[in-house]
Design a protein around this ligand. Structure first.
Ligand SMILES: [Zn+2]
Length: 296
């Protein structure tokens, strides 16, 4: 019998590709259409806000989600995150102003939701090395790449892009500004829904997670060291992660090749095991200490 190989899956649940749906600028249709459509398919999204534009704030604008909307999305499991206090181009203002633009928005989101954002999205996608370093402090990731989805892309283009991402095993980060209004919005909600359906049909290959979840997973996966001790049909695996537990708190998926059946224990936890294509996988806590695997 060949030796069993133990490794951390590229993406959660050993999926080949990851997808995050992200929405910039806080348009109210993010609340009325975008989020409910995601939820219908069992997914959550990432909503990047400019809090000074929220109704009641100093630069309030029409058509932007209220704090009640934002808090409701948060309580339903969506990620509420930082797109800058007033949507300023961080590469065109002083460093001190950029610091304020980021921190003020963090504080406002924290004050209302109780959670400080651990991701960031650059207004106008404008960034340079210095701004990226600043915005990345204490965060699991910032949005430095994305695929636009909206009325400027045909259904064929969107689907082709998604297919390619699966083929290449990518993390596809989708960006739009709204469904009915906003830059490159869909205008027609049924086009948005039909793209989601297309991704949903690829469920077995695609993990849909918030930007925070996938960014944390990827960073943990790339950092983790596994130490193995083997005896008979038992493998003890000790994970060690150098990343800060308070921010990097995503469970990882461990895979074992060439096993028929296995039992897993990590501390008092006995994670359920899933079998797929002759391999087995299960979730573990990368900060949770030794994992004992008995197999046959
Ligand atoms: Zn924006």
């Amino acid at each position: 019998m060949s030796a069993q190989e133990v490794y951390v899956a590229k993406f959660k649940d050993a999926k080949e590709c990851a997808v995050s749906f992200t929405f910039d600028d806080g348009n109210v249709d993010n609340y009325t259409i975008a989020a409910p459509e995601l939820e219908k398919r069992g997914w959550r999204g990432t909503f990047w806000l400019n809090c000074s534009r929220i109704p009641g704030e100093i630069n309030q604008r029409k058509g932007i989600m209220t704090w009640d909307n934002v808090c409701d999305l948060h309580s339903r499991g969506h990620e509420i995150s930082n797109h800058g206090w007033n949507h300023r181009n961080l590469t065109k203002i002083s460093y001190e102003e950029a610091v304020r633009e980021i921190e003020r928005n963090d504080s406002a989101i924290f004050a209302h939701t109780g959670v400080r954002p651990v991701t960031f999205c650059y207004a106008y996608n404008a960034k340079n090395d210095k701004i990226i370093a600043l915005a990345s402090e204490g965060r699991v990731g910032t949005r430095t790449f994305q695929y636009a989805f909206g009325e400027q892309s045909s259904d064929v283009n969107l689907r082709g892009r998604m297919d390619k991402a699966i083929l290449k095993g990518e993390w596809a980060v989708w960006m739009t500004h709204g469904i009915l209004r906003g830059y490159d919005c869909f205008k027609d909600p049924s086009r948005y829904a039909s793209f989601l359906d297309y991704v949903k049909a690829k469920d077995s290959n695609v993990w849909v997670g918030t930007f925070r979840e996938v960014a944390a997973y990827v960073a943990e996966r790339d950092d983790i060291q596994l130490t193995e001790v083997r005896k008979g049909r038992r493998i003890k695996v000790t994970p060690s992660l150098s990343l800060d537990q308070s921010v990097y708190d995503m469970p990882l998926t461990m895979c074992l090749t060439g096993v028929v059946r296995l039992k897993v224990r990590q501390g008092i936890r006995r994670p359920p095991v899933v079998y797929k294509n002759g391999d087995a996988y299960f979730d573990f806590n990368p900060h949770g200490g030794k994992i004992v695997i008995n197999y046959r």
